[in-house]
Design a binder for this molecule. Structure first.
Ligand code: GRF
Length: 192
């Protein structure tokens, strides 16, 4: 049961879950904002262990199940106010976008609109930044619509691309930005 004035977050993630971990850590002593549910489409995802470690309920959904409106019932049960995508690789179905208007957000590890869209995730994004010889990269936090990486921007934070950067060094710098800024932007959205 939700306490008065408490806001509930569902994190959707497909991979390692370092952003999920950063968000959980950031809100661990916050009485008003709670990570109430973790959803993944990948039964091997590191985020499952993170959910278990923190005793957060989790659900593994297939891409077919994600397209089934029954998922709305689960989000209702956990009284979700905000859906936070953190490395979630499936497209959010239109009915879910409609049911949660401006209540679904995503983080992308580059400065959109460059290097976004279907198939642009993880190392592919950083490879594209390096191949284009961009001098800066960063993160984009944005609302989610029916298309990959296209919703209205909430925040963009930049970092330099250093000469000699590799996918690994650039990815580490961008991940650091993500861990620092994503929780704060979530907090702003839920308290404004
Ligand atoms: C992050 O770089 C995020 O921007 C992207 O997917 C990655 C997820 O990383 N959407 P992690 O699983 O949170 O470590």
């Amino acid at each position: 049961m939700k306490k008065d004035h408490q806001k509930h977050i569902a994190i959707f993630a497909s991979g390692k879950g370092s952003n999920a971990q950063a968000i959980i850590d950031y809100f661990k002593d916050n009485d008003h904002i709670k990570i109430a549910l973790i959803v993944t489409n990948n039964k091997e995802a590191g985020v499952i262990q993170i959910a278990k470690d923190h005793r957060i309920p989790f659900d593994i959904v297939s891409s077919k199940e994600l397209k089934d409106e029954e998922i709305l019932d689960m989000l209702d049960v956990y009284e979700i106010d905000l859906i936070v995508l953190a490395g979630f690789l499936l497209l959010v179905p239109a009915f879910l976008v409609k049911a949660y208007p401006d209540k679904i957000i995503n983080i992308h590890p580059a400065l959109l609109p460059k290097h976004g869209g279907k198939g642009m995730y993880g190392k592919y994004v950083h490879e594209a930044v390096l191949a284009d010889k961009d001098t800066e990269s960063g993160i984009t936090i944005h609302y989610v619509n029916e298309h990959y990486d296209e919703g209205t921007y909430i925040a963009q934070i930049r970092c330099h691309v250093e000469s000699g950067d590799t996918v690994e060094t650039l990815s580490a710098r961008v991940h650091q930005l993500e861990h620092e800024h994503y929780p704060k932007e979530i907090e702003k959205l839920l308290t404004s």
